[in-house]
Design a protein around this ligand. Structure first.
Ligand code: BES
Ligand code: ZN
Length: 636
C-alpha cells in the first residue's frame, strides 16, 4: 500500500465518520442479538493498515492486553460473551480499527462507561471486515459484547461421534495465519504483541485449555481462568474444550488428550523433556514456563500448531513407535523461532518456519543422532525440489509478496525447507560453534519482538558475515528463485541402502527378500523407497510391493499417505484404504495430494467427489476451503 494513498483514504474516512454519526447511532441501536453484518455492510471500505493482511491501525493505536469472558455453547455452536481490549492511543486518534470476520457484535462500551459508535465494513472473503470504533483521545479500553458465528473459520465444533470417546462434543480453534479475527475482534497482525487473560465457561463435564497457564484437572463448575503474561501475536491465542485428561511426561512437560488416547500419547512423547533440554542447550533457556501438547481429534487441519505453552497436534503422529516425533521437535522449536522472535508480516513467514525446520533438525540430531536428522533433511530436500517445480517463480523467493493474497499461499516448502537449507549453508560457512553463538544471541536480543527479513539481513551482516568475513551470497537465497547451487549436500548411508534396494527391485530381485532386509528401516527410508518406485510400474507390481512391505496397512500416516498417492497414480486399487483415510483424517497436508491425484482421471474425480461429500463434514474450514476450490465443490 502506498503511503500517500493511505493518507488520502484515511482522510476521506475521517470525513465520512464525522459526517454520518446519526446514521451510525441508529444502526447501533438497531443492533441486537442477531447478526448485524448485513445492516452494517453499507460500503465502509477501508484499506489495509500497515500490514497487508490486517485492517488494524496499529501504528496509531495498539492493543496491549485482551481479556475474554466467554461462554462455550455447544448447542448453538457459538462462543458468547465479551472481550475487553486495553489500548494505547499513541496518535490520540478517534478511531480504533479492528479485524473481524463474521462476528455478531452487540455493543461496544468505553472505559468511561459510555456506549461507543462502531461500524463494520464490507466483508472480504479472505480478510474479513474492518471494524471501526469511535474512541476518545484518552480511552484506555473498549469492551465488545459479541457472539461468534457457527461457521466461524477458526473454530471447529465436533459432535461426540467425531471424537475418540464418542461421548462428548469438542471444540478447538486455529488462529494462524489470519483466523483469530473470526473468533476474537482484534488487531490481527503478527507485528503486534499482546498479553491476554480469559475466563471461559464450559459444560462441567468438559475441560478447557488455552495457549496460557492451564488446569491439570477438571473444575467442578466448568469455569476456567487463564493467563498469558508474555506478549504474543494474536494468531497464537488458542482454545480447546473437550473430555480431556492430563498426563505428565517430564517436570515441565506433559500431554492433554481424550482418555482413550492418553496412554498412546504418553508413550509416543516420552522423549519430550529430553528434547526441551537439548533445545535449551543450544539456543537459550525456554521462556514459557511449561511445554505441554494437546493431541486433538483427527480432523485437526495441521500436523501441529505452536500455540505457546500448549502445542496443538494431530493424532496422526501417534505411530506407536515414536517415528513421527520430529513434529513435536518442530513445534517446540517455535518456542524460540516464531513465538519468541516473530515474523513481522506473512511475507517474512520463512523467518518463522525456515528457522524452525532448521532448529527442529538440530534437536533431532541431539536426541536421535546425525544419521536420523540427515534423513529428515533429505526428505525436506525432496519436498522442496518437487514444490519448486510446481510454484510460480516469484513464490520461490524466501521473502514473499503476498499483498492482496491469502497468506496461506506462503505455506509452501520454500518457507520451510529452502529457509532451513539457507541456514544450513550459513552454519556450514561459519562453522557450527560460531553459528550457534550467533543464533543464540539473535534469539536473546530479539526476544518478544517481531522482525522483518530486512532487519534480519542487517543483523546477519553485522554480527556474522562481516566480522567473520564470510563469502556467502545471501541475496540469491532471499530474493532469488529456486534452490541455489550453494546449498549443502547431504550424504546418507541409510538412503544409499534404499537406493540399492530400489535398484535391486528394478533388476528383478525377489521382493520378499528386499523387504526382509528392510525390516529395520526408519520411516524416512520407507518414504524414500516409496518415492523411488519407477513411474512405469503398474497395479500388479504395486500389489507385489504391498504384499512384501504391507504399506497399505501401515500405522505410520506419512508412509500410508505417500503410498496411497503412488498407488492411485499407478492404478493400484486402494479405494478402501483411501476412503477410510480421507473420512477419518482432516490434516490438509495429507488430503490435498490424495485428492489431487484422484482427480487426474474422470473416474477418479467422480470417486473423489463421492468421498468428499461424506468426508467434508469432518473437515475444519482450513481444509474444506482449500478442497472446495480444488474440487470445484459448491456447498449447498
Ligand atoms: N505454524 C505451522 C502451521 C501453520 C502455518 C498453520 C501457517 C497455519 C498457517 C506449524 O508449525 C507447522 O509447520 N506444522 C506442520 C508440521 C511441521 C513438522 C512441518 C504441519 O502442520 O504439517
Ligand atoms: Zn512450523
Amino acid at each position: 500500500m502506498h503511503k500517500y494513498l493511505i493518507i488520502l483514504v484515511s482522510a476521506l474516512i475521517m470525513l465520512n465518520i464525522s459526517g454520518c454519526k446519526d446514521v451510525e447511532e441508529k444502526e447501533n441501536e438497531k443492533t441486537n442479538q442477531t447478526s448485524n453484518k448485513e445492516d452494517q455492510s453499507d460500503e465502509l471500505i477501508l484499506p489495509m493498515g500497515s500490514d497487508d493482511h490486517s485492517y488494524a491501525n496499529i501504528a496509531q493505536v495498539k492493543t496491549n492486553h485482551i481479556h475474554m469472558d466467554m461462554n462455550v455453547d455447544f448447542e448453538s455452536k457459538q462462543l458468547k460473551g465479551e472481550v475487553r481490549l486495553d489500548i494505547e492511543n499513541i496518535a490520540k486518534t478517534d478511531s480504533l480499527i479492528l479485524d473481524v470476520d463474521n462476528l455478531h457484535i452487540q455493543h461496544v462500551t468505553l472505559d468511561d462507561g459510555s456506549k461507543a459508535n462502531f461500524k463494520i465494513g464490507k466483508r472480504d472473503p479472505i480478510f474479513g471486515s474492518p471494524m471501526l470504533i469511535n474512541i476518545k483521545p484518552n480511552t484506555k479500553s473498549v469492551t465488545i459484547a459479541y457472539e461468534t458465528d457457527p461457521n466461524s473459520k477458526a473454530l471447529q465444533w465436533l459432535s461426540p461421534e467425531q471424537t475418540a470417546g464418542k461421548q462428548h462434543p469438542y471444540l478447538f480453534t486455529q488462529g494462524q495465519a489470519i483466523l483469530t479475527r473470526s473468533w476474537i475482534p482484534s488487531q490481527d497482525a503478527p507485528a503486534l504483541r499482546i498479553t491476554y487473560s480469559a475466563d471461559i465457561h464450559v459444560p462441567s463435564e468438559l475441560m478447557a485449555v488455552m495457549s496460557a497457564s492451564n488446569p491439570r484437572e477438571r473444575s467442578e463448575s466448568g469455569d476456567y481462568h487463564f493467563e498469558m503474561k508474555q506478549s504474543i501475536p494474536a494468531y497464537l491465542i488458542a482454545l480447546a474444550v473437550g473430555d480431556l485428561e492430563f498426563r505428565a511426561i517430564g517436570e515441565r512437560t506433559g500431554v492433554y488428550t481424550e482418555p482413550k488416547m492418553a496412554a498412546a500419547s504418553e508413550n509416543e512423547f516420552a522423549d519430550m523433556e529430553k528434547m526441551l533440554i537439548a533445545a535449551e542447550g543450544m539456543y537459550g533457556k525456554y521462556k514459557w514456563d511449561r511445554y505441554d501438547v494437546i493431541v486433538l481429534p483427527p480432523s485437526f487441519p495441521f500436523g501441529g500448531m505452536e500455540n505457546p505453552r500448549l502445542t496443538f497436534a494431530t493424532p496422526t503422529i501417534l505411530a506407536g513407535d515414536k517415528s513421527l516425533v520430529s513434529l513435536i521437535a518442530h513445534e517446540m522449536a517455535h518456542s524460540w523461532s516464531g513465538n519468541l522472535v516473530t515474523n513481522a508480516s506473512w511475507d517474512d513467514f520463512w523467518l518463522n518456519e525456515g528457522f524452525t525446520v532448521y532448529f527442529e533438525n538440530r534437536i533431532m540430531e541431539e536426541v536421535y543422532g546425525k544419521d536420523y536428522a540427515d534423513m529428515l533433511m533429505l526428505i525436506s530436500e525432496q519436498d522442496l525440489r518437487k514444490e519448486i517445480e510446481e510454484l510460480d517463480e516469484r513464490d520461490t523467493h524466501l521473502k514473499l509478496d503476498l499483498e492482496d493474497r491469502d497468506p496461506d499461499e506462503g505455506l509452501t516448502a520454500i518457507a520451510y525447507d529452502k529457509g532451513a537449507f539457507f541456514l544450513k549453508m550459513l552454519e556450514n560457512a561459519a562453522g557450527r560453534e560460531r553459528w550457534d553463538e550467533f543464533l543464540k544471541n539473535y534469539f536473546q536480543e530479539h526476544q518478544f519482538e517481531t522482525i522483518t527479513t530486512e532487519k534480519f539481513v542487517k543483523y546477519l551482516n553485522e554480527n556474522l558475515i562481516e566480522p567473520e568475513n564470510l563469502n556467502v551470497n545471501i541475496d540469491e537465497w532471499i530474493y532469488g528463485p529456486g534452490l541455489p547451487a550453494s546449498h549443502i549436500k547431504i550424504m546418507s548411508e541409510k538412503f544409499a541402502k534404499v537406493d540399492e534396494a530400489a535398484e535391486a527391485m528394478k533388476n528383478g530381485k525377489d521382493l520378499t527378500e528386499i523387504a526382509f532386509d528392510a525390516s529395520d528401516w526408519a520411516y524416512q527410508q520407507n518414504l524414500h523407497f516409496i518415492r523411488s518406485i519407477p513411474t512405469d510400474y503398474g497395479p500388479d507390481k504395486m500389489a507385489e510391493i504391498d504384499k512384501a512391505f504391507g504399506y497399505s496397512k501401515s500405522g505410520n500416516s506419512e508412509i500410508l499417505a505417500e503410498w496411497l498417492v503412488q498407488s492411485i497414480r499407478r492404478g493400484y486399487d486402494v479405494d478402501k484404504e483411501t476412503t477410510d483415510f480421507l473420512t477419518r483424517v482432516g490434516r490438509r497436508k495429507f488430503l490435498t495430494p490424495i485428492y489431487s491425484e484422484l482427480i487426474k482421471t474422470e473416474e477418479g474425480k467422480k470417486r473423489a467427489l463421492e468421498i468428499y461429500e461424506m468426508a467434508r463434514p469432518n473437515y475444519h474450514a482450513v481444509s474444506y476451503i482449500t478442497l472446495d476450490g480444488m474440487l470445484g465443490y459448491e456447498p449447498q
